[in-house]
Ligand binder design. Sequence first.
Ligand SMILES: Cc1cc2nc3c(=O)[nH]c(=O)nc-3n(C[C@H](O)[C@H](O)[C@H](O)COP(=O)(O)O)c2cc1C
Length: 281
Amino acid sequence: MTNQNDAARVTAAIEKRFGEHIEVDPNTPGLQEIARMVEHCTHRKWTDQAVEPGLLRLLCATALSAPSKSDLQQTDIINVADRAVRQSIVEQIHDMDWIMEAPVFLVFCGNNRRLRLMSQWRNKPFPNDHMDQFFNAACDPAIILGQFLCAAEAVGLGCCPISHVRNNAERVSEILGLPDWVFPFAGLCVGYPARGNRITPRLPLSVTVHTDRYDESRLPQLIDEYDHRRHEVQPYGKPRDVKRFGPADFYGWSEDKARQYGVDERENFGAFVRKKRFGLD
Ligand SMILES: Cc1cc2nc3c(=O)[nH]c(=O)nc-3n(C[C@H](O)[C@H](O)[C@H](O)COP(=O)(O)O)c2cc1C
């Protein structure tokens, strides 16, 4: 594969993703890696090919090489290898067959426990029992999951993150034996993809990238344009919750997200986090 080809892949993927043309200099180093990253796609169908344990360990090591807030290393990855254990987690989650079907299922956890234990062992005060502890411990696994996904895609695997492990966080926590100050951030299905990549359009960079100052002056128009651009290539199958919200003349991304969050979801998560002994003020 030549640099020219990689540059063309990057340009094409960015056009599909953001509806924007970016001129890519073929002499830019690392274009093959960039191409893979902009072509990212979540996968939910797998071939039968197993993921070698050695490869899985390599990916965990790669993921856990990501930067870590204050070098606190607040992420744990649980490989849910026992299918009965996985099944008991999936019982808390509906309509996601891809979890049981995936060759590998991991749960990425935030872990503020080690820091608290070390404070005790070193006989130090811990005057930091506030929201920032939870926030840091939630950001770390997010970064590490992202790096895992990137590394997995580099070796030809596909992944699907699963935030639904937090729908009944308490039960999942019990199943996985998570102690105080350790909580599930997200699951991750991993396997060899049975389908090719499909690039999901994102909001234009004019919405999400700012210079010097946050700007949403053209937001309604830009979201409307995005809804239509996305609809052209990836229309939604059927509207969510027609009983509650009625039909829609045009059903785009913003209508779908507004409906999705128009009903309660994980309203018990704050209580779960408090029960894990985090102070959230
Ligand atoms: C933290 C996180 C949690 C997610 N949870 C789920 C999930 O529970 N189930 C699912 O099918 N996809 C889940 N996804 C995948 C998103 O739906 C997907 O990334 C999004 O639709 C964009 O598609 P793309 O990744 O192919 O560009 C999650 C993604 C992230 C980053």
